[in-house]
Design a protein around this ligand. Structure first.
Ligand code: CS2
Length: 497
C-alpha cells in the first residue's frame, strides 16, 4: 500500500507529468471560505485561486473548505494537509496536478462554531458556494421554500443567531441547508463587526448572484428577528453577490482514476478529482473588498455575466441533460459513449439549434455555433467518462433552469419547442421506466423523487399529463399549452412504445 499524499510525502514526488503545489504553503492564510467543497470546487475555483495567488504573490487567499452533508471530505483531505490531485485526461495526454490552495476543511455538524467564526472573520473577504441546485431550497415560484422543514429549522437558527441569548449562540448545532448556513454565517459576521464581504454562488442557476442575495434576504425576513432589519441594511451596504458562470466537466472519481493517479504520483490520494482539460470562469466585477487576482489565472471579470451564463446553461447544461436521459435509456454508461450514437448526437444538435440558440443572447465576441461545436467536442472526450446517471440526477431541479425557460420563450415567440419537448419526454421516460433498454436499473436520484413516483404511478395513458402537472417543475403557462403537451406526449410514446 503506497503512502498517503500529504505535505511531507509530496516533497519526494518527481514525475514529469506531475505538477506540485507551490512552495511556502505554510505562510498562506485563509481569505476564502467555500461552502460545499465537492469535486467541482476542487477542480475549478480552487485551481484558479492557487494560480492567482502564485501569479500575484498574495498569500492571504487560502481556502477553508466546508462540507455540508457528511464528513467524507474531511476524512479525505485533513490527513493530506488539504492536498489533493486533479487528474486531467484527454486522449493520449494525462497529467496530475497537486493543488495546495485548500488549507483546511470543516464539517459544520461537528464544528459549527469554527465555521461560523471563519465566516465572520474580517480576514475572510470572499465566500464561495457550490451547494448544488437543491441547496438553495427554492419553492415553486423561485422564492425560499418556507414549506420545507429544513428551511424552517434554519430560519429558527438564524433567529437565534440574531436575537438569541448567549447560551444559544454557543450552541454547536448547525444549520441543515447550504443557504441557511450562509445566512447564519452572514448574521454572525454582522454581529461581530460587519466587515464587508463578497458572496459568489458558483452553481448552475439562472442569475446565481441575484438569486443567492434574494434568498438570504428572504431568510432574514422570515426569521422575524427584531434585528433582521439591521442585518438586511448591512447586507445592502456591505455585502456583494456578483453573478458568475463556471465551467469545467468534472465526473465522479472512479477506482480506475485512482489507479491512474497513483501510477503518476506514487502516493495514495483519497481526495483525487478528475477533470477535462478545459475550464472557464466569468465573474461579475462587483466586489465588496479587494479580491484574488483571478484574472491572472485566466478568469474573465465582466460587467455583465448574464449572456455567458445563459449560453452555458442553455447550450452546455441543457444538451448535457438531454444526452444523459437519452443515453442512459439507450444503455450508454457515459456521455462520451452517448455521443457516438448518431441518432442521439444529431438530436442534441437539433435541440441546440432549433430551440436553444434562438433564445440565447450572444455574449460579446462569442459565436454560438462555434460554442456549440466546442461543447459537443468536450462531451466526446472519452477520457472524461462522465456517467449518464450522474448528469441525470436532480432533474426536477435542472430541467427548469436548463430547458424550460427556453421552452417558455419559444412559445412566447410563437413556436412550439418540439426539441425541448423531446428532451422533457426523455426525462419522463427515464423516471417512469426506471430501466434502460438492456433491463438494467436506472436510479432516480432526485429531491422530488416521491412526487415524481406518485405522478408516474397510475394509468399509462395519463402519465405525461400527470408529470406535467408537477408545478415545482413545469410552470402552468408551459404545461397548459396544448402544442407543447402534444409534442411531449408524442415524443414520450416514441421513446417508450
Ligand atoms: C452537468 C454539469 O452534472 C450535470 O448536471 O451538466 O455538472 C456540467 O458538467 C458542468 O456544469 C460543466 O461545467
Amino acid at each position: 500500500v503506497p503512502e498517503r499524499l500529504a505535505a511531507r510525502t509530496v516533497e519526494h514526488v518527481a514525475h514529469r507529468h506531475v505538477v506540485l503545489p507551490p512552495a511556502g504553503r505554510d505562510e498562506w492564510t485563509v481569505g476564502i471560505v467555500h461552502l460545499g467543497i465537492g469535486a467541482f470546487h476542487r477542480a475549478h475555483q480552487a485551481v484558479y485561486t492557487e494560480d492567482a495567488a502564485v501569479s500575484s504573490g498574495a498569500l492571504d487567499w487560502g481556502i477553508l473548505g466546508v462540507t455540508q452533508r457528511s464528513r467524507t471530505v474531511v476524512d479525505q483531505l485533513r490527513p493530506q494537509d488539504g492536498l489533493y490531485g486533479v487528474l486531467t485526461s484527454a486522449p493520449g495526454a494525462e497529467s496530475l496536478r497537486v493543488v495546495g490552495s485548500v488549507l483546511d476543511v470543516a464539517f459544520p455538524a461537528e464544528e459549527a462554531p469554527r465555521v461560523l467564526r471563519a465566516l465572520a472573520a474580517p480576514t475572510t473577504r470572499v465566500v464561495t458556494l457550490t451547494i448544488t441546485e437543491k441547496g438553495y431550497c427554492r419553492g415553486v415560484d423561485g422564492s425560499l421554500d418556507l414549506g420545507s422543514a429544513d428551511v424552517l429549522a434554519d430560519v429558527a437558527a438564524l433567529r437565534d443567531e440574531l436575537d438569541g441569548a448567549r447560551a444559544t449562540l454557543a450552541d454547536p448545532s448547525t444549520t441543515r441547508t447550504g443557504i441557511g448556513l450562509l445566512a447564519r454565517g452572514l448574521a454572525r459576521r454582522w454581529r461581530d463587526g460587519g466587515a464587508p464581504v463578497t458572496v459568489i454562488s458558483c452553481d448552475n442557476l439562472v442569475q446565481n448572484g441575484l438569486t443567492t442575495r434574494r434568498l438570504v434576504h428572504q431568510m432574514a425576513a422570515a426569521s422575524g428577528a427584531s434585528r433582521a432589519d439591521g442585518l438586511r441594511d448591512w447586507l445592502v451596504s456591505s455585502v456583494r453577490f456578483p453573478g458568475t458562470m463556471v465551467d469545467r466537466i468534472v465526473p465522479a472519481t472512479t477506482p480506475e482514476h485512482h489507479r491512474r493517479a497513483e501510477r503518476l504520483l506514487g502516493l495514495a490520494d483519497a481526495g483525487l478529482v478528475v477533470a477535462e482539460p478545459f475550464g472557464q470562469w466569468v465573474i461579475e466585477d462587483d466586489f465588496a473588498t479587494e479580491r484574488p487576482a483571478w484574472e491572472r489565472a485566466g478568469a474573465t471579470l465582466a460587467a455583465d455575466v448574464a449572456p455567458y451564463e445563459t449560453a452555458k446553461l442553455r447550450i452546455l447544461n441543457a444538451a448535457h441533460s438531454m444526452l444523459a436521459y437519452r443515453g442512459a435509456l439507450a444503455g450508454h454508461r457515459t456521455i462520451a459513449e452517448t455521443m457516438t450514437d448518431p441518432t442521439i448526437a444529431e438530436d442534441a444538435v437539433r435541440l441546440i439549434d432549433e430551440d436553444l440558440i434562438p433564445t440565447v443572447p450572444v455574449p460579446p465576441g462569442l459565436d454560438l455555433a462555434e460554442y456549440r461545436d466546442h461543447v459537443l467536442d468536450r462531451f466526446r472526450n472519452p477520457a472524461t467518462g462522465h456517467s449518464t446517471v450522474q448528469v441525470a440526477m436532480d432533474g426536477s431541479q435542472k430541467l427548469p433552469i436548463r430547458l424550460l425557460g427556453a421552452a417558455s420563450e419559444r412559445l412566447e415567440s410563437g413556436h412550439v419547442p418540439e426539441q425541448v419537448a423531446g428532451a422533457v419526454a426523455a426525462w419522463m421516460a427515464y423516471v417512469t421506466l426506471g430501466r434502460d433498454q438492456l433491463g438494467r436499473d436506472l436510479p432516480l436520484n432526485d429531491p422530488a423523487a416521491a412526487v415524481i413516483l406518485a405522478a408516474a404511478d397510475g394509468p399509462g395513458d395519463g402519465v405525461v399529463e400527470r408529470l406535467l402537472g408537477i408545478r415545482s417543475v413545469f410552470p402552468e403557462s408551459l404545461a397548459g399549452d396544448a402544442g407543447f403537451r402534444y409534442a411531449v406526449r408524442r415524443a414520450y410514446t416514441e421513446l417508450t412504445g
